[in-house]
Design a protein around this ligand. Structure first.
Ligand SMILES: Nc1ncnc2c1ncn2[C@@H]1O[C@H](COP(=O)(O)OP(=O)(O)OP(=O)(O)O)[C@@H](O)[C@H]1O
Ligand SMILES: [Mg+2]
Length: 226
């Protein structure tokens, strides 16, 4: 298999959500073409309902695409979704994890899911990076909204994936922590070569962090520029 220079490639990607109850069917992605270069910090922008999370959830395997092709780290998700999934860490827009585990346990458990041997786990380093070291043994349900989001970021990184995808990573995170998350994301990219894809509604965030930006509107790519 030849290695491309893209971390993620979508070709003619379509998603139509089926009608349910009173809501008619919804074409959320209408033939999206997008190629995200390896090594970039790539920003996905667009208004509410543009299709950003739909795209990310397809990458995560949470939403089944209607048509088109997706390759993650040169792996076609239709051919080997498991391997494709192992190449990415995803921070979903919706907060969801088991509230009865502590942050430390949450990370250890996730590492276990991905088969990371105990010696290679970095749970404390990750908690430190997201500013939760002092919460390591608190029940996760007792964390504030911003802290939960930070824990989700740490959780996405336990298996050291080459691509990290963050769906609105700093929504609800306070200004100071937003800065420190930006620093951590930049460090991952510059020092460890991790490709980062993030969606945001903060133009300042896109400007500060991203080297490439794509704008999606109504399920289509309308701009993609350095
Ligand atoms: N599970 C679903 N069932 C039906 N329609 C959905 C579903 N999820 C999303 N949609 C619709 O698909 C469209 C795209 O939604 P999506 O969540 O991808 O947008 P987004 O760009 O992430 O928006 P936001 O900036 O608000 O997060 C919207 O019209 C939304 O209502
Ligand atoms: Mg979204």
């Amino acid at each position: 298999m030849t290695q491309s220079s893209f971390a993620i490639e979508a070709r003619r990607l379509q998603k139509t959500y089926a009608a349910s109850g009173k809501s008619p069917e919804k074409q959320a992605l209408k033939g999206l073409d997008l190629a995200i270069p390896k090594g970039s910090i790539f920003g996905l922008l667009g208004p509410n309902g543009a299709g950003k999370s739909t795209f990310i959830n397809i990458l995560a395997g949470l939403v089944i695409k209607t048509a088109g092709e997706v390759r993650i780290w040169d792996i076609d998700i239709d051919k080997d979704h498991r391997a494709a999934k192992a190449a990415i860490g995803i921070v979903p827009q919706e907060i969801s994890f088991d509230a009865f585990f502590t942050p430390f346990e949450t990370l250890e458990l996730q590492a276990g899911f991905y088969g990371v041997p105990p010696k290679e786990r970095r749970s404390m380093e990750l908690l430190d990076a997201v500013g939760l070291a002092d919460k390591r043994d608190t029940y996760s349900r007792q964390l504030s909204g911003g802290m939960k989001r930070r824990l989700l970021i740490a959780k996405a990184l336990v298996h050291t994936p080459p691509v990290v995808i963050l769906d609105e990573p700093t929504a609800g995170v306070d200004v100071e922590l937003r800065r420190s998350l930006w620093e951590y994301i930049t460090m991952l990219n510059k020092e460890r070569g991790v490709t980062v894809v993030l969606t945001t509604h903060y133009l300042e965030e896109a400007q500060e962090l991203c080297d490439n930006i794509a704008i999606i509107d109504q399920g289509r790519l309308i701009a993609c520029e350095p």
